[in-house]
Design a protein around this ligand. Structure first.
Ligand code: 0A1
Ligand code: ZN
Length: 889
């Protein structure tokens, strides 16, 4: 029997409100997978048990990418009249209460360019089942609330696939006729099918042993292609750190004897937490000082931690349905952020996380694709792996910790594990656990899960007639798609009063309003649209230090004067508030410049210039924080607050400010640059990393001065590490050919040299593509078109596509928003080309085209036309279609 689907179903909207528990449970599944590049055969044996007496038939999800080759109930083939097959799966009628279902399917992994289900990456078989990839391997009720025990037998060519891996423990292996062999893997923990994984290929392995705190040894294996294995040491060391950290901080131990990680080059996302068999994008595994920047090293550590932490928050306790995605993702991002903060600098990590929120999540939350942390409907769940679900979700967890206190939060985490281990649960279950642990009512706080949009806070200070200091906080939240009116949020506002005079010993007291004095300041609680907090004993000249540590993901507006901002930027002991004060000076200066106020004559500009001179002439105590303070906010971030935006005009204004800052402090910058460049050492200590960060930043200023190309060339030639080399290459890529001043400092020379050196390292070649896509040069768009034709460019590799097109559309606004709309056209065309190859990757390119409402009218039209063009394409995927349609609304 071989049958192909006949009936086609339309793209449906799935709603949270329609959730129903599964009609059948599948406590066990056994899979026999005989691997072949074009004809892989899968025999699935499912133990099915009726849960809902009213469920007459069992529905199994499937896909048009596999062929049904056999179907039997309790060993007897099922007659065609007893089941319905369509493109999305099959329904089997009149089944008994408890039965064994056997399903044979045939797949073509080599033809799978979508990289979900079973596919090949450089000859290695691998799987990606989250969110709905398992249905491309066999017919199955593909939903996270069905937990099964897996028994998996893999058969493959011994020569091509010496390594055979799946989840759990390997319980058997042996030879087969015809040059084949097999391995059987058994996972002792029930799991949803999205955590199933298989890998088979010719891989090398780096191994270590970890002993858990209760004394159980765990074998750690990191598999990669032979030419990559030398760059895996940092990832493995990071894994051990993550395992120890989770024990120390959350008391969570690893639960199996083996932990495998496999690195593959073709992967739609960063990595995947499959139970005991994580599959990673090489980008988040490989790291060596010659080929990876300091940021790459940090990212590897963070993502290794993230996937490891999922073992408890995601795998042992999973999601009831995909609307609850943030239950595992928000919480696990929060956990990986804490891990990275403990491994490096907490203050700098916070700034990085704030930057990511502001450049990606805030625009998402104010645009047509805005959705709540717990969405209430979707067409394609893959479109909801967003910064809102992940990063805003992590902020929601952090706010809960602020509100109930760290101790109660830790107790809440322990209670969550105790209550829900082995279950598929909801965000509501998590909040209820925290409520119970903290003894707090979080009813209003739950709105963070249900309401989309970034709240705005407007904070004003005054003195009342009795001499008390009053802080008035007004909160609002703009309308978002489907949510025209918002209820006020319950949120923590951490603040303090900074005396102007360091010897001032007065101790302000909160005398009215909900809040408490903590070590880091006053934790004020906002609940109403307008809140008043009254303080006694605040010195008249004290400066309010607001939103310390970015205690809530909001947009803050205050009446703090430029003078106070300058003071905060110099003296606050909270890194975020210092940074934010400097960013505000920068933002105001750029906006003034956009309205033709010369940098040196506007008040903000003068304050900014003075602040830069102050920083550069003093001793630079903290190199990494100084680098942050000397950076201007990005164009996307500034542009987000501008109506009828002309991004090119904004770009020019920001460039003018940067040039003025460089010229104004030319000598100081040159001196500091030379000093820090010469202090660079190639090691990975946090001090060495901070010095590299500051020298790179200083280079970006001196590169703007006369003779700047010389500095760039010199920086490149002296580089020991990829961080230094990239700092130079980024600058080189901005310099037009005719402006390079020889001596090997010319753009083309450096780019060619870089390409030749790293030709064999695809991740480094991604950087080569990305710096060019990010270039400020006037001919960048033409160069991107040429890059698309470059022999090393391919639309089949997600990292390569993102290196050029995500960079160009998200990190190069001036080029993307070229006045004639050609940037939009190029992106639309690329989306249409990528879509038939890999809809998930294509869909991830759509968001920048949805920002048209923010733009001036001509660009609005051009951007909408690009979206319309995509929509008019006949065979557009449901992934892309959902986002384009929403973007046009
Ligand atoms: N759960 C993974 C991310 C992930 C999501 C979807 C994927 O394919 C569509 C792949 C990976 C994580 O959070 O790391
Ligand atoms: Zn995750």
């Amino acid at each position: 029997m071989e049958r192909s689907p006949t009936v086609s179903t339309a793209n449906k909207t799935i709603r949270l409100a329609d959730y129903k528990p599964p009609g059948f449970s599948i406590p066990r599944i056994s899979l026999v997978i005989s691997l072949d590049r074009h004809e892989t055969r899968v025999k699935a044996t499912l133990d099915c048990v009726r849960q809902d007496v009213t469920a007459a038939s069992i529905r199994l999800d499937g896909s048009a990418h596999m062929r049904l080759a056999g179907l039997a109930v309790d060993g007897r083939p099922v007659a065609e009249s007893l089941y319905d097959l369509d493109v999305d799966g099959l329904s089997l009628k009149n089944v008994p209460d408890h039965f064994t279902l056997t399903i044979d399917t045939v797949l073509d992994p080599a033809a799978n360019t979508r990289l979900e289900g079973l596919y090949l990456s450089e000859g290695c078989f691998c799987t990606q089942c989250e969110a709905e990839g398992f249905r491309h391997i066999t017919f199955f009720p593909d939903r996270p609330d069905i937990l099964s025990l897996y028994d998996v037998r893999i058969e493959a060519s011994r020569e091509h696939c010496p390594v055979l891996l799946s989840n759990g423990n390997r319980v058997e292996s042996g030879m087969l006729p015809g040059g084949r062999h097999y391995a059987v893997w058994r996972d002792p923990f029930p799991k949803p099918c999205y955590l199933f994984a298989l890998v088979a290929g010719d891989l090398e392995c780096l191994s270590e042993r970890f002993v858990t705190r209760s004394g159980r040894p765990v074998d750690l294996h990191l598999y990669a292609k032979p030419h990559d294995i030398g760059q895996c040491g940092h990832a493995l060391a990071s894994l051990k750190r993550a395992m120890r950290w989770d024990e120390d901080v959350f008391g969570l131990e690893y639960d199996l004897d083996v932990y495998n990680i496999v690195a593959v080059s073709d992967f739609n996302m960063g990595a995947m937490e499959n139970k005991s068999l994580n599959i990673f994008n090489t980008k988040f595994v490989l790291a060596a000082a010659e080929t990876a920047t300091d940021r790459d090293f940090d990212n590897v550590e963070g993502v290794i931690g993230h996937e490891y932490f999922h073992n408890w928050t995601g795998n042992r306790i999973t999601c009831r349905d995909w609307f609850q995605l943030s239950l595992k993702e928000g919480l696990t991002v929060f956990r990986d952020q804490e891990f990275s903060s403990d491994m490096g600098s907490r203050a700098l990590k916070r700034l990085d996380d704030v930057r990511l929120l502001r450049t990606i999540q805030f625009p998402e939350d104010s645009g047509p694709l805005a959705h709540p942390v717990r969405p209430d409907s979707y067409v394609e769940i893959n479109n909801f792996y967003t910064a809102t679900v992940y990063n805003k979700g992590a902020e929601v967890i952090r706010m809960m910790r602020h509100l109930i206190g760290t101790e109660a939060f830790q107790a809440g985490m322990a209670l969550y594990i105790e209550r829900h281990d082995g279950q598929a649960v909801t965000c509501e279950d998590f909040v209820r656990t925290m409520e119970d642990a903290g003894g707090r009512d979080l009813t209003q706080f739950r709105l963070w899960y249900a309401q989309s949009g970034t709240p705005h806070l407007d904070i004003r200070r005054s003195r009342d007639e009795t001499g008390m200091t009053v802080l008035e906080v007004v909160q609002s939240c703009p309308p978002t798609p489907g949510q025209p009116v918002k209820e006020p949020f319950h949120m923590p506002l951490l603040m303090d009063w900074l005396p102007r005079n360091a010897s001032d010993r007065s101790a302000p007291r909160l005398v009215d309003g909900t809040g408490q004095r903590l070590e880091q300041g006053f934790l004020l609680e906002l609940r109403k649209p307008v809140e008043r907090f009254v303080f006694a004993d605040v010195p008249v000249d004290a400066v309010p230090s607001l939103l310390r540590g970015f205690s809530a993901p909001v947009i803050l507006k205050t009446d703090v004067s430029l003078d106070d901002l300058s003071f905060l930027a110099r003296h606050d002991d909270d890194a975020f508030v210092r940074f934010e004060a400097a960013q505000t000076l920068g933002r105001k200066t750029v906006l003034d410049r956009m309205h033709d106020v010369p940098v040196g004559s506007g008040e903000a500009g003068q304050a900014l210039l003075a602040f830069f001179t102050h920083l550069l002439s003093g001793p630079l105590e903290d190199a990494a924080l100084t680098a942050e303070l000397l950076s201007l906010p990005g164009e996307t971030e500034i542009g987000d607050a501008v109506d009828a935006l002309d991004p090119v005009r904004l770009h020019r204004a920001r460039e003018a400010v940067l040039n003025t800052l460089a010229a104004n402090d030319a000598e100081l910058l040159q001196a500091s640059y030379t000093e820090y460049r010469d202090r660079q050492t190639p090691d990975l200590s946090s001090e060495a990393k901070a010095i590299r960060r500051l020298s790179g930043l200083l280079l970006s200023y001196v590169a703007r001065l006369e003779g700047g190309a010389g500095y760039v060339g010199e920086h490149y030639r002296r580089a020991f590490t990829m961080t230094e080399r990239m700092a130079a290459l980024v600058e080189a890529a901005h310099i037009p050919d005719h402006a390079a001043d020889g001596g090997g400092g010319g753009t083309t020379d450096l780019l060619d040299d870089f390409y030749r050196r790293y030709e064999e390292y695809p991740l480094v070649i991604d950087k080569w593509f990305a710096v060019q896509a990010q270039s400020r040069r006037g001919d960048t768009l033409q160069r991107i078109c040429k890059l698309k034709e470059h022999p090393a460019f391919t639309l089949h590799n997600p990292n390569r596509v993102r290196a050029v097109f995500t960079t160009f559309s998200m990190a190069n606004p001036a080029c993307f928003h070229t006045g004639d709309g050609s940037g939009y056209e190029l992106l639309a065309e690329t989306i249409m080309e990528v879509d038939p190859i890999n809809p998930q990757v294509a869909a991830r390119l759509v968001a920048p085209l949805g920002r048209w409402r923010r733009l001036e009218p001509t660009r609005q039209k051009l951007m909408r036309a690009a979206l319309e063009r995509i929509l008019s394409c006949k065979s557009i995927s449901s992934d892309v279609k959902e986002l384009v349609q929403k973007s046009l609304q």
